[in-house]
Design a protein around this ligand. Structure first.
Ligand SMILES: CC(C)(COP(=O)(O)OP(=O)(O)OC[C@H]1O[C@@H](n2cnc3c(N)ncnc32)[C@H](O)[C@@H]1OP(=O)(O)O)[C@@H](O)C(=O)NCCC(=O)NCCS
Length: 424
């Protein structure tokens, strides 16, 4: 890629320029560039999809796209360009460098026939102007270990002594084996979730490198896998422990970073593994689905406190027809959407959506619209993570035909809240 932004050269970086690129992004974040983190993050970079603005030969504003896909309602994996490595050096901000870079990256996505973009935002004020909307949310949980008791007596949960740790269906992996075992497990078990993203080897290498800078004061990442009665792997939990001793008492907390299970029994066994570990006072989970089943799996649901609600995956529809036709629909019906797109006009237009037997045909139309909304709002509603009625109540869309928001809710409804656990 090669262009000019604010009279400066913008282009993809060479592999030899990675260190300068990395340092620029760190400086934009106010972080100290560390050689270990720099090396650990390198495998995730697709150099031909980087785009940086250069001044006097040095990168002063950075972006990089990751080639991914996202699971949409109905299970289809839609190609997605993941925007990452976004940073502008102090001294170069607020002169349109990020704006120019995002514009060029979106154009490039269209050429690559990626109909949707995605990102995780450092601040929720940055990306709405570029047409991105929050598509999945996640919650942070905390549960005192003393109240962590599952309701179900599954095979692996029959022991009444909470200190016995008798569950032999769950075992720890070595860090070396995690790279072989976890990626296929994730692909097999988590890719049914609407909102889940494909993870390439680079992503896994960065995640499993478990660099100190990403630990937030906690210990190393442990990975425990579950085997079913036939000995087949059917779930895993990754967690880290923060050690704390006060007045001679153990007060460790265990943070569940990821838990993926192929069945309820497996989910119980993996949670129980966390609940049964020695010296733990508090169980936390930093990023779980908003409809997390654990609340319904334990005896004392009130003790499971939600500590945080945060935006997770942001989406940006580029090709409206392709995106709307890729997902499934819960009811049959017709809807005319008028979509505004003030950043590049990529998604702009009036579209007739005709859904029947779960699928929809979408075409441009001259009919009068039922709903008027901008592309960021449509991108938020796309996976079913928020209803059109809620968006209407917030003034985020205009209901031109009375009752159209309710009709749209029925069409776009999904059984489970969309969930994305792949931060990038
Ligand atoms: C976010 C960041 C990349 C913006 O870069 P930039 O080159 O200054 O962006 P632009 O000049 O293109 O700004 C475009 C618009 O976004 C606005 N904007 C930029 N950053 C913003 C922020 N953090 N919050 C709110 N608005 C912001 C600008 O005011 C400008 O608005 P305008 O068009 O109405 O004038 C830069 O501030 C930065 O490096 N921040 C720290 C690192 C970071 O958070 N990166 C994002 C990772 S997801």
């Amino acid at each position: 890629m090669h262009t000019r932004i604010d009279n400066l050269e913008a282009r993809s970086i060479e592999v030899s320029e990675y260190e300068a690129f990395y340092r620029t992004t760190c400086t934009a974040f106010g972080e100290e560039p560390k050689p270990t983190a720099m090396e650990a993050e390198k495998p995730s970079v697709e150099f031909d999809r980087t785009l940086a603005v250069f001044d006097h030969g040095l990168p002063v504003a950075t972006t990089a796209m990751l080639t991914m896909d996202v699971v949409v309602p109905g299970g289809h994996r839609l190609p997605l360009g993941g925007l990452s490595w976004v940073g502008t050096m102090p001294g170069y901000t607020r002169r349109g460098l990020l704006t120019g870079l995002v514009q060029a990256q979106l154009q490039d996505m269209l050429q690559r026939e990626e109909p949707v973009g995605g990102l995780w935002a450092s601040e929720s004020t940055i990306y709405g102007r570029f047409g991105f909307g929050v598509a999945t949310w996640s919650i942070g949980l905390t549960l005192p270990r003393a109240h962590a008791r599952l309701r179900l007596n599954t095979d692996s949960n029959t022991d009444s002594n909470p200190h016995s740790n008798a569950d032999r269906s769950v075992g720890l992996l070595t860090t070396e084996s995690a790279l072989d075992i976890l990626p296929p497990l994730y692909d097999r078990l988590a890719r049914g979730d609407v909102g889940s993203l494909g993870r390439n080897e680079g992503w896994w290498r960065v995640h499993l490198a478990d660099i100190e800078e990403h630990r937030d004061g906690g210990g190393p990442l442990y990975h425990a896998v579950h085997r079913d009665a036939q000995g087949n792997l059917d779930g895993y939990v990754s967690y880290r422990i923060t050690v704390k001793w006060e007045k001679g008492y153990p007060g460790n907390s265990l943070d569940v970073v990821q838990l993926v299970a192929g069945s309820l029994d497996t989910a119980c066994a993996l949670w129980r593994h966390c609940f049964d570990l020695s010296l733990i006072e508090t169980i936390t989970a930093s990023s779980r689905p908003v409809d997390e089943p654990l609340r319904w799996m334990i005896h004392d649901a009130r003790r499971l406190q939600i500590t945080r609600l945060s935006d997770a995956l942001w989406l940006r529809i580029l090709d409206t027809v392709r995106c709307l036709e890729a997902r499934s629909y819960a009811t049959s019906g017709r809807l005319v959407l008028e979509v505004a797109d003030s950043f590049g006009g990529f998604a702009r237009g009036r579209y007739l959506l005709e859904a029947d037997s779960g699928r929809a045909q979408v075409s441009r139309t001259r009919r009068s619209p039922d709903l008027r909304l901008d592309v960021a709002t449509l991108s938020s509603a796309y996976l079913g993570g928020v209803s059109f009625s809620a968006l209407a109540a917030a003034g985020r869309l205009e209901e031109v035909t009375s009752g159209a928001a309710t009709r749209a809710d029925a069409l776009f409804a999904v059984p489970r809240a969309p969930y994305c656990s792949t931060d990038f």
